[in-house]
Design a binder for this molecule. Structure first.
Ligand SMILES: [Mg+2]
Length: 416
C-alpha cells in the first residue's frame, strides 16, 4: 500500500493528473525537473538585498468592523506600501501590531523583512503564534508592496515569477447547502467561468466524526462528482472533522470518486493522526492552513502528515514566512497550495506567491461565495476567465486600495 500510495502522491503532487496515468518513469523525471527550479528560487531569494538604506517611519492601520484591517507602512523617504492584517478579529491584530510589533519595526530597514519577522516572533515568545503572526502579516505584506513600488516590480517579479494567468479551483465554503444545490451551482460555474476544479466540504468543522447532518457527505461526494464530470478535479475539505479510523473510511469513499485531495481530515493539531491517515490512503492529504509555527511545519513535513502544504499567508505571518514553509515543502518534494479562502488581499498575496513558487500546485484556491465584507476592497478585482485569474503586473501588489474604505476606516498610527 505504501509504495502504491507514494507513487500516486508523487505523480499527482509533482506533475498533476496527466502524469498519474503515465507511470513511474515520468514521475522520476518530474522530480528531477523540480530541483533546478527550487535551486534557482532559493538563490534568487537569498540574493534579494536586505538593505535599502531607509528606515521605517510609520505604521498605520485602517480597520473596518472586525474582519478587515489594512496596513500602510511608510519609509522616511516617503515611499509606502499597503498590506493586510489577517482577516477575522483584525481589530485585535491591529492592537497587537501597534503595541507589540511596531516598537520593533520602527527604524528598521523596510527591505529586511526576514530579520524583522524573526525579531517579532522572538520578542513575543510568551505570546506564541496566532495573533502575533496575524499582526505580522500586515507589516510584512506592506513591506513587500513598498519594495515592489520602489523597484517598479510586482511582488511576483521580486520573487522571480512573471505576470501570467494561473488556474484556480472554485472553493465552496458552505456546509449548509444541499448536495443537489451544490452540484447545480458548481456545474453552472464550470460552464460560466470555466473552472476545471472545485472543492467541497465534508463532515462537520471539528466535528468529532459527525456529519453536518446524517448522510450528507455520502450523498454530496457522488452527486457532485457525477454532475461536474470526470474532467473536473474534485477536492474535499474535512476541516478537522475525523478521528483516524473514520477519516480512512471516508478517504476510501473519496478515492472511489477520484478525489484530487483530502484536506484537513483530522483535527489539524493532531499531526500523528493525520500522518496515520496519509499513510493509509492513496488520495493525497492536504493541510496546514492554520499552522503558523515553522517548527510545527517542519515536523508535519518530516512526518509526512501532509502531501500538499497549505500555509495561509495571513495566518503564518506574511509572504516571508510563507516562502519559508513553501521551501521546506519543496525540499521534501511536496507541492504548495497556499490557503486563500476569501477575496480580501490574501488571495492577491497568494496569486503573487503562487506565480513564483517552484512547487506551486495545479490550481490556486479561489472562493465561489459572495464577496460580502471584501467587496470593492481593491481594483481591479480578479476575474475568473476560462478557469484562470491574472496576476496583477503593476508595481507591488498591482492594485489600488479603495480610498473611500480607507477614509471611513478606524485609523491608528505608530511613528518615530
Ligand atoms: Mg481548508
Amino acid at each position: 500500500m505504501r509504495t502504491n500510495r507514494r507513487t500516486f502522491i508523487k505523480q499527482v503532487a509533482v506533475t498533476g493528473a496527466a502524469a498519474a496515468a503515465s507511470g513511474g518513469a515520468r514521475m522520476v523525471q518530474a522530480e528531477a525537473e523540480i530541483r533546478p527550479e527550487l535551486k534557482a528560487f532559493k538563490e534568487r531569494w537569498q540574493a534579494l538585498p536586505r538593505q535599502s538604506g531607509l528606515k521605517i517611519k510609520s505604521i498605520e492601520t485602517f480597520v473596518q468592523g472586525t474582519n478587515l484591517g489594512l496596513v500602510r507602512v511608510r519609509a522616511e523617504d516617503g515611499s509606502e506600501g499597503f498590506g493586510q492584517l489577517s482577516p477575522f478579529d483584525a481589530d485585535v491584530s491591529a492592537l497587537i501590531l501597534h503595541r507589540k510589533l511596531a516598537p520593533l519595526a520602527l527604524g528598521a530597514d523596510p527591505y529586511d523583512a526576514d530579520t524583522l519577522a524573526d525579531r517579532c516572533i522572538e520578542a513575543n515568545y510568551k505570546y506564541p503564534w496566532s495573533f502575533v503572526c496575524r499582526a505580522l502579516c500586515g507589516l510584512d505584506t506592506a513591506l513587500w508592496d513598498l519594495r515592489g513600488r520602489r523597484e517598479q516590480k510586482s511582488v511576483c517579479q521580486l520573487l522571480g515569477g512573471t505576470a501570467k494567468t494561473i488556474p484556480v479551483y472554485g472553493s465552496s465554503m458552505s456546509r449548509s447547502i444541499q448536495p443537489k444545490a451544490e452540484a447545480e451551482r458548481l456545474v453552472r460555474l464550470r460552464d460560466e467561468k470555466g473552472f476545471r476544479a472545485f472543492k467541497i466540504r465534508v463532515g462537520k468543522v471539528c466535528g468529532h466524526d459527525q456529519d453536518e447532518w446524517p448522510g450528507r457527505t455520502a450523498e454530496l461526494v457522488p452527486t457532485v462528482r457525477q454532475a461536474i464530470g470526470e474532467k473536473v478535479a474534485l477536492l474535499v475539505d474535512g476541516n478537522s472533522c475525523y478521528t483516524p479510523a473514520k477519516a480512512i473510511e471516508v478517504g476510501r469513499m473519496l478515492e472511489q470518486h477520484r478525489v484530487w485531495h483530502f484536506e484537513e481530515p483530522c483535527p489539524y493539531w493532531e499531526l500523528e493522526w493525520t500522518a496515520q491517515v496519509a499513510a493509509a490512503l492513496e488520495v493525497p492529504v492536504a493541510g496546514g492552513e492554520q499552522d503558523n509555527d515553522l517548527a510545527q511545519w517542519r515536523r508535519m513535513i518530516r512526518l509526512r502528515a501532509v502531501d500538499i502544504a497549505q500555509p495561509d499567508i495571513c495566518y503564518v505571518g506574511g509572504i516571508t514566512r510563507a516562502v519559508r514553509v513553501a521551501m521546506m515543502a519543496a525540499e521534501a518534494g511536496l507541492k504548495c497550495v497556499p490557503h486563500s479562502a476569501n477575496l480580501s488581499l490574501v488571495t492577491l498575496f497568494t496569486a503573487h506567491l503562487f506565480g513564483a513558487l517552484p512547487n506551486a500546485g495545479a490550481h490556486m484556491e479561489f472562493t465561489i461565495e459572495k464577496d460580502g465584507w471584501t467587496g470593492g476592497l481593491y481594483a481591479p478585482a480578479f476575474q475568473v476567465v476560462d478557469g484562470r485569474v491574472a496576476i496583477p503586473d503593476g508595481p507591488g501588489w498591482g492594485v489600488t486600495i479603495n480610498p473611500d474604505l480607507l477614509a471611513k476606516a478606524e485609523k491608528q498610527i505608530s511613528q518615530r
